[in-house]
Write a protein of this length. Structure first.
Length: 112
């Protein structure tokens, strides 16, 4: 009986430890991805205010846009076609990449 109790306590401790780890991971995900969304703003501001997008690769930003869009789609499908936090974050990142692509393209092709 004592062995069973010890094993049960170990299993519960492991489950509780995992739950704590997942809670911390969720908060860190939210924190870093919120900061990540804000980190696009200086680049957008610099491109807009300088009027010079030559230092920024349309190919790179387009690739990041595609990567974030396909990640959002993949997460949506893996989550039973439900919108989750990770899908929303990927769409937020895709939106910021799209804004950067649009600004670079507009400057290069004469819209500004």
């Amino acid at each position: 009986m004592t062995t069973m109790t010890t094993q049960t306590l170990r299993v519960r401790a492991a489950v509780d430890g995992r739950a704590s780890y997942l809670a911390v991971l969720t908060w860190l995900f939210a924190l870093f991805n919120s900061v990540r969304l804000l980190s696009y703003l200086p680049t957008l501001w610099m491109i807009h205010s300088s009027g010079d997008s030559s230092q920024h690769s349309l190919w790179t930003w387009g690739t990041w846009l595609g990567a974030n869009l396909t990640m959002a789609a993949w997460l949506y499908e893996q989550n039973g076609q439900r919108m989750g936090r990770a899908v929303a974050v990927s769409l937020g990142n895709a939106s910021m990449c799209a804004a950067t692509v649009a600004l670079i393209a507009a400057q290069r092709f004469g819209a500004f």
